[in-house]
Write a protein that binds this ligand. Structure first.
Ligand SMILES: Cc1cc2nc3c(=O)[nH]c(=O)nc-3n(C[C@H](O)[C@H](O)[C@H](O)COP(=O)(O)OP(=O)(O)OC[C@H]3O[C@@H](n4cnc5c(N)ncnc54)[C@H](O)[C@@H]3O)c2cc1C
Length: 460
């Protein structure tokens, strides 16, 4: 198609929310930008699929409202945001759906709330109370979230509260995830003294007027589509090689299948792909960054979406909860359920026309890929079994959708912040090269957009 010899000012590799945000900011700076995406569609983990005729998110479905980047980008694009219509979540533990106590990533902020929830036994609660008066302890280079919480509040808090919350965000394990990278606020508190004694000062956000989360009516999948409309994006364009044409000359990207290989040159390149892909592409240009990124592991997860007849769902249709989390100690197949019909007004309204409700489960934790080695029908069956045990739901879905996200969530292991600093130092030593995406400064959508904006500023 005459693309041999094509030269662009900036090429962004990857059309997930990271790559698209970086490209959008670069274009706003007046740059000529081309986005190359390997898969047939844009959006990466932000994707919608029709389930019983209703397009719903089958990847990410919400963004933090208390970090500015996500909602600001939506506003910039002229997109309306919405907020969950119910804020209360549950935790399925000790054979009941219990209110999720107010917490900082599972670390309880209110002992009365915690006691009332029934999540912990009296002995476990007594262990938590011992933390009051705890002296400040320096954390040192890093500590895992689980080790910090085990030490301060006892392992039951890690197992029954921190694990399910961290599992929801990272699909990882509390005793392997870096506290400095994942919950820096917790580290700061621990270095000042007792977590419990400082908790009253942290409860303010519960009464803070802005909702914690935001979404888009019609789904978060609309965000990458709105960006892509404003950009030049080529799909089915996997970048397989990256080098410099001469020592200080432009970059050369090898694009497409070996049978139809093209070369595109560019003055600057932003790599917005997962860590494993970035590692491969950086092997020649920034070998130190490549080695570091090869060490970033990823968790595979699956999202099972179910459309059910309202008439079959009994009391669940009237729930005031947005869903529930499941601690891994419960040894259930699902790690969370989201009652999308309850959480999002637009999902409820879209399903109501046909007398349907939509909900979803998520499965899969880091290192437990075997649990996902089942066919789609089996993942639907275990989801229905767990939903029945948790809520009493006995219903046959009208439609189902199983979305697998292989390697979808990077794991922030001990020393992650130092690793990222080393990656950036090696990448930034190559003028015109930048990286962004979920592997670096946070996996949530606003954090990924933040890393993209940083990359866009870095491009000379
Ligand atoms: C199931 C799930 C649910 C989530 N839910 C939420 C949520 O509710 N809220 C939230 O804030 N966060 C959520 N997250 C996290 C968040 O969605 C992701 O961290 C974020 O979307 C990642 O964006 P990204 O652009 O870095 O990567 P990706 O979305 O992975 O995009 C990378 C893109 O690069 C492409 N690519 C890879 N290699 C190449 C190559 N060689 N050449 C060209 N293209 C390539 C891929 O095809 C992909 O499109 C969720 C994550 C998962 C997996």
């Amino acid at each position: 198609m005459g693309q041999q010899g094509e030269h662009r000012e900036v090429v962004v590799v990857g059309a997930g929310i990271g790559g698209l945000s970086a490209a959008y900011r670069l274009q706003q700076q007046g740059r000529d930008v081309l986005v190359l995406e390997g898969s047939p569609q844009v959006g990466g983990v932000l994707r919608r699929r029709s389930v019983a005729g209703v397009p719903v998110d089958v990847g990410a479905e919400a963004m933090l409202n208390r970090r500015p980047e996500g909602v600001a980008l939506a506003a910039d694009l002229g997109l309306e945001v919405c907020h969950p219509t119910v804020a209360s979540s549950r935790i399925w533990t000790r054979d009941a759906l219990r209110p999720l106590p107010r917490s900082l990533m599972g670390v309880p902020l209110d002992l009365d709330d915690l006691a009332a929830s029934g999540v912990l036994t009296d002995a476990e609660l007594a262990r938590v109370r011992e933390e009051s008066g705890h002296a400040a302890t320096p954390i040192g280079a890093d500590v895992t979230v689980g080790d910090l919480v085990d030490d301060r509040l006892g392992p039951a808090v890690t197992d029954r509260l921190v694990e399910p919350l961290l599992g929801g965000v990272y699909a990882g394990h509390a005793r392997r995830i870096s506290a400095r990278a994942a919950v820096p606020q917790l580290v700061a508190l621990a270095e000042q003294g007792s977590l419990l004694d400082q908790a009253p000062g942290l409860t303010a956000p519960a009464t803070y007027s802005a909702p914690v989360f935001a979404g888009l009516p019609g789904g978060m999948g609309g965000l990458p589509l709105a960006l892509a409309e404003r950009l030049e994006v080529r799909t089915r364009a996997t970048v397989r090689g990256l080098r410099r044409t001469t020592t200080s000359g432009p970059f050369a990207l090898t694009v497409g299948p070996t049978t139809d290989e093209r070369t595109i040159t560019a003055d600057a390149v932003v790599l917005a792909v997962p860590a494993a892909a970035a590692s491969r592409l950086l092997a020649d240009l920034a070998p130190a960054a490549s080695t570091e990124l090869a060490g970033v592991e990823a968790a595979s997860v699956a999202v099972v979406t179910l459309a059910l007849r309202v008439a079959d769902t009994g009391a669940l249709a009237e729930t005031d909860a947005s869903g529930f989390l499941v601690p891994p100690v419960e040894r259930r197949a699902i790690k969370a359920a989201t009652f999308s019909f309850s959480k999002w007004g637009w999902v409820r309204e879209a399903g109501a026309a046909d007398g349907l409700i939509h909900l979803r489960t998520s499965l899969g934790r880091h290192g437990e890929e075997a649990a996902l080695q089942a066919n789609d029908d089996e993942l639907v069956a275990v989801s229905l079994r767990d939903l029945r045990d948790a809520t009493g739901l006995e219903a046959t879905p009208v439609d189902t959708h199983v979305q697998r996200w292989g390697g979808g969530l990077p794991q922030y292991s001990l020393g992650h912040l130092d690793r990222v600093a080393r990656v950036r130092a090696a990448v930034e030593a190559v003028p015109g090269l930048a990286v962004c995406g979920a592997a670096y400064d946070g996996v949530g959508i606003p954090a990924v957009i933040g890393s993209a904006e940083r990359a866009a500023q870095w491009v000379p």
